[in-house]
Design a protein around this ligand. Structure first.
Ligand code: GDP
Ligand code: IMO
Ligand code: MG
Length: 424
């Protein structure tokens, strides 16, 4: 029983990075198991802010080793940039980072296809981060992908050219109007430079290492990327990402047994945000949504896009907690609601025939939320450090959420800084 897990319960950007960084000192290994540079995990301490994309959020803790698991897809150029920034901040990445030799590689034409495919969809676009995630996982499942182990093979360039050739056919046949060949040439040079740099880091069998650590009883924390409502199977398909985001994804994404999983922390915001297209039952299009975006600084950590904002949706939250067997809830950004007079929480849906639902239907775009209203606590909570010092009205609100979902809240985050966290 050695792996604890943190997953996002909404549409991503719940604040997973902050919580991983806080919990990290209790663990020997922090490991990512899904997604790629579409993720942006923010950490703030001593007045400094770091955004991590594929490097796990334990990298700022010298006691932790950080693994990029086999389920992750890597862009060598972006990973090198991320490593460079960390090294400039004085972190010994060479010693503390392990990259799975089974992780798939994002090549420049994956990004070109992602971008061209999105552009060709017009108003039906997914709102992808255009980091090549979908096309790379497509090649993985189609058994055409390149893996980190391949960079050591004499035939790496040949394998690369074969894959690129296949992509160029797709680009020229399907997306002629949406792509420029010149951009690929420039990126290809940087790609091969980055591959040479990465070869000097630890590219290894992380599955063997993790399983040996499990047998020794070491503590491991798996850091989920994205949010469960973006899961390839259980999210709002097709407006989803291309990996398994729910707890089940950790077994395939790291090569570990379900029996090795212990605690499952589920992170959620006190309201909901979504970046990109797709259904969002509690979305606000009025001034209240605008206020959430402003106070919560809801702009994407990876793309800078404004995030769509809305009230907390307990039907979606219960659904995602159930699928992953969440044992501990972590609520973040409740401070954003500090100044609100009224706070709404969605406790049910009405379908097109006004039938009440307590489980998200396959097409969530057709439901209307049923709200329960709470009086706001109208208190600055950002300096509070003890649960018992929280305003009474906020505790009532937290109790309602915890009772509705039937899972205890273990952490409350009341600001972006490491210090702004209450252990319940
Ligand atoms: P992640 O992808 O789940 O790691 O989350 P992101 O880093 O993309 O987005 C979370 C944003 O909220 C970041 O800018 C954090 O610095 C910030 N944040 C995290 N926790 C809190 C909190 O409790 N209150 C406020 N106001 N901001 C927070
Ligand atoms: P973290 O780990 C929020 C969204 C994109 C888009 C959809 C598909 O920071 O929570 P993709 O690039 O995967 O093809 O995009 O998924 N998305 C995220 N939204 N946080 C993320 O990661 C996301 N990763 C992908 O906006 O709607
Ligand atoms: Mg994020």
């Amino acid at each position: 029983m050695a792996i604890d897990l943190i997953i996002g319960l909404q549409w991503g950007d719940e604040g997973k990075g902050k919580i991983v960084d806080i919990l990290a000192p209790k663990y020997k290994i922090i490991t990512r198991f899904n997604g790629g540079p579409n993720a942006g995990h923010t950490i703030l301490f001593d007045g400094k802010k770091f955004v991590l994309h594929v490097v796990p959020s334990g990298i700022h803790r010298t006691s932790c080793m950080n693994y990029i698991g086999n389920g992750v897809v890597l862009n060598p150029v972006l990973l090198c940039e991320e490593i460079k920034n960390l090294e400039q901040a004085g972190i010994n990445v060479k010693e503390h980072l392990f990259i799975s030799n089974k992780a798939h590689i994002i090549i420049p034409t994956h990004c070109a296809i992602d971008k061209a495919s999105e552009e060709s969809k017009g108003s039906k676009k997914i709102g992808s981060t255009n980091k090549g995630i979908g096309p790379t996982y497509k090649d993985k499942v189609g058994r055409d992908g390149l893996r980190m182990v391949d960079v050591f093979s004499d035939s790496f360039k040949e394998k690369y050219q074969n894959l690129k050739g296949y992509h160029m056919e797709i680009l020229q046949d399907l997306y002629k109007e949406h792509f420029e060949i010149a951009s690929i040439v420039d990126e290809e040079e940087k790609f091969f430079e980055a591959i040479e740099i990465l070869k000097t880091y630890k590219i290894c069998d992380t599955v063997e290492l993790i399983n040996k650590e499990i047998s020794k009883g070491s503590n491991i924390l798996a850091e989920g990327a994205q949010g469960s409502m973006l899961d390839i199977d259980h999210g709002t398909y097709p407006f989803v990402t291309s990996s398994s985001v729910i707890a089940g994804g950790v077994c395939t994404g790291l090569g570990v047994s379900p029996k090795s999983i212990n605690k499952i922390y589920g992170a959620f915001k006190a309201y909901v945000t979504r970046v990109g297209s797709g259904p969002f039952p509690t979305e606000l299009f009025d001034e209240t949504g605008e206020t959430m975006r402003k106070i919560g600084n809801e702009f994407g950590s990876t793309t800078g896009r404004p995030r769509r904002c809305g009230w907390l949706d307990l039907i979606a939250l219960k659904y995602t907690c159930t699928m992953s067997g969440v044992t501990d809830l972590v609520i973040l950004k409740s401070d954003v609601l500090d100044a609100f007079d009224k706070i709404e929480v969605c406790v049910g849906y009405l379908d097109e025939n006004n039938k009440k639902l307590d489980w998200p239907p396959i097409d969530m775009s057709l439901v209307k939320p049923i709200y329960k209203s709470f009086d706001g606590w109208k208190t600055d909570t950002t300096k509070i450090r003890k649960f018992e010092d929280l305003p009474k009205k906020m505790i009532e609100y937290l109790d309602f959420i915890s009772n509705f979902i039937d899972i205890p809240i273990s952490f409350i985050s009341i600001g972006p800084d490491r210090e702004q966290t209450i252990v319940v």
